[in-house]
Every structure is written in structure tokens, then in C-alpha cells.
Design a binder for this molecule. Structure first.
Ligand SMILES: O=C(O)CCC(=O)C(=O)O
Length: 296
């Protein structure tokens, strides 16, 4: 699925886009299932186990920001977790033994889909080694105008930046006090059925979708089987072991020299990264609500 050149690119830059990973049938099915989930959100009035809602959500106009753990809620999403093409890409990067962590589907709907402030996934879940990445399946065509995922090239080799505010974790980098040049960000665009891969230490974020087209990205978090979460596994032991998708399991974590900052004490707003980031100050991306308020 990917070449040695792609591996070198990923190792140097901390991200990769791979085209034609999913078939058109897979993409059509994902769209259909996702539309049905959004329709069902009419009955939902607040965040729950499945739905994370936009601030402007209503039953008349259901606005879903994220479907949480979609692989647990529909067989179509579950089938994508160990998709052979995705496994082939990850094995080329890390070797044979791959473990799944969790999935989430960020909808970033046309016209208002919420931004995600700059952050490093590693700030949320440091491990004993950093063979960890998030794979984003593009359910829609993604271009520069519908809120592509953006990554600061090479940032996966740098420090873990401060993701705290007022002494609490907030899941976002303070854009005005960091010396990162966010203008350097690469925009991860591609046709529906492509995937993005970003290293867990890479600085990334995405803007409000002000275009007339949705940008639905189904994100899967994966790790090498020998990368152990420093905060401990969320699941029961057997469930953790069952999350091995390919290769061999081990109870001997591989330790490497990685920078760590713990996401503690926890963010005051819980439930999703969007909620965590609510307490951040000096936001980089303007929300649709802020744009509307400024226009009034
Ligand atoms: O959906 C996006 O553009 C950003 C995804 C992300 O970084 C996250 O959900 O943690």
C-alpha cells in the first residue's frame, strides 16, 4: 500500500496521506450509516455515550460534532478497524504487531463544523514508546476549504508542549504563547476513501468548516503492540488483549526516550476534545458561533 519513500516521508514529517485505501462501496456505506446516525440525533438533547453535539444543536436541526466510539455502535464502522489496507500501511511503519485503541468520527458539517485547536495527541495519552498514530478515513473529499486536518511538519520530533490552563489540562496549546509557526502547517487533503496518518506527537488541528461541503473524518487510534499507556489501560485486561489486531502480544513494553507531560489534573470540561478545549484561552481558530456573534 505504501512505498519506502512514503515511510521516509512519514518518519521525517510525522504525517502521510494515502489515496484509494477504501473502495467506493465502503465510502458509500459509511456515508449512509453516518447520515442515519445524524438523523437519530433529533431525539437527543445533550451529549451522551454516542453523540457529542455542536453548541447550536437542536431537534429541529440536529447538529452532531462527533459520533463517539462508532466501532461500538455499528457493524460498518467496526469493519473498518482492521481494514487490510490500513493494516498494511501500519505494518510497513511499525512492523507486524498492531493494537487498536479507539475510534471517533468528527463530522465537521458544512457551514459550521467545529474547529479543533492545535494539540498533540500524545499530551492526552503518553506511552512507553511513540509508535502511535491516528488514521483518518476521509468519508468526503477534503480540500483546503472544508476544514482539512493540518499538521506542523516535523513537530513529532520536538517537545510536548504545554496543554494546560489555570493549572488544569485543557487539551490545547496556547497559540499565542507558543513559538510554533502555525502558518507552516501542511493541509491533509484528498479524495474520499483516502486516509491521513498523523504521528501521536505531531502538532495538529483544523479550522471551522465554512464551506458548503461536509468534511467527515473517521479517526482510528492505533499503537504498536509493545507501546503501553503510561496512565494505564482504560479497558479490562481481556478487552485490552483482544484489541491486538495483527502480530504478537507482549507483556514487555518497549521503553524509549520519549518526552512526557501528564494530562493531569483532568480538564474541567469532560466528554470529548471539543469539551476539554472549552477552557483554553487564546483560541487560534474562530468558531462559527464567534463569527456569528461578531457579525451581530
Ligand atoms: O477532526 C479533525 O480535524 C481533528 C481531529 C483531532 O485532532 C482529534 O479529534 O483529536
Amino acid at each position: 500500500m505504501i512505498s519506502e519513500r512514503d515511510v521516509t516521508f512519514y518518519n521525517d514529517h510525522g504525517y502521510l496521506v494515502v489515496g484509494e485505501v477504501l473502495s467506493k462501496d465502503d465510502v458509500d456505506e459509511l456515508r449512509k450509516v453516518t447520515d442515519a446516525f445524524v438523523e437519530k440525533a433529533r431525539q437527543v438533547t445533550q451529549h451522551d455515550e454516542i453523540y457529542d453535539l455542536e453548541d447550536s444543536h437542536s431537534t429541529a436541526e440536529p447538529r452532531v460534532r462527533r459520533i463517539k466510539t462508532p466501532h461500538l455502535h455499528h457493524e460498518t464502522y467496526a469493519r473498518m478497524v482492521a481494514h487490510p489496507n490500513i493494516m498494511a500501511v501500519l505494518q510497513k511503519l511499525w512492523g507486524p504487531s498492531i493494537r487498536f485503541d479507539v475510534s471517533k468520527l468528527n463530522l465537521k458539517s458544512a457551514g459550521y463544523g467545529a474547529p479543533v485547536e492545535w494539540h498533540q495527541d500524545w499530551a492526552f495519552y503518553p506511552h512507553t514508546n511513540d509508535d502511535l498514530a491516528a488514521v483518518g478515513i476521509m468519508i468526503d473529499d477534503v480540500d483546503e476549504s472544508n476544514g482539512p486536518l493540518m499538521v506542523i511538519p516535523g513537530s513529532h520530533k520536538g517537545p510536548i508542549l504545554d496543554h494546560h490552563i489555570d493549572g488544569y489540562f485543557c487539551g490545547a496549546i496556547n497559540a499565542s504563547s507558543s513559538d510554533v509557526d502555525f502558518g507552516d502547517a501542511a493541509k491533509l487533503t484528498g479524495k474520499a476513501g483516502s486516509i491521513t496518518i498523523h504521528h501521536a506527537r505531531a502538532i495538529h488541528g483544523s479550522a471551522t468548516n465554512t464551506s458548503g461541503r461536509p468534511r467527515r473524518l473517521l479517526l482510528h487510534q492505533y499503537r504498536a503492540a509493545d507501546a503501553w499507556p503510561l496512565l494505564g489501560a482504560d479497558q479490562a485486561w481481556q478487552e485490552y488483549r483482544d484489541s491486538l489486531l495483527t502480530g504478537d502480544d507482549t507483556i514487555e513494553p518497549r521503553m524509549t526516550n520519549v518526552p512526557v507531560r501528564l494530562p493531569l489534573p483532568p480538564a474541567p470540561h469532560q466528554g470529548s476534545i471539543y469539551e476539554n478545549q472549552k477552557s483554553s484561552k487564546n483560541r487560534y481558530f474562530e468558531t462559527a458561533e464567534a463569527t456569528a456573534a461578531a457579525a451581530r
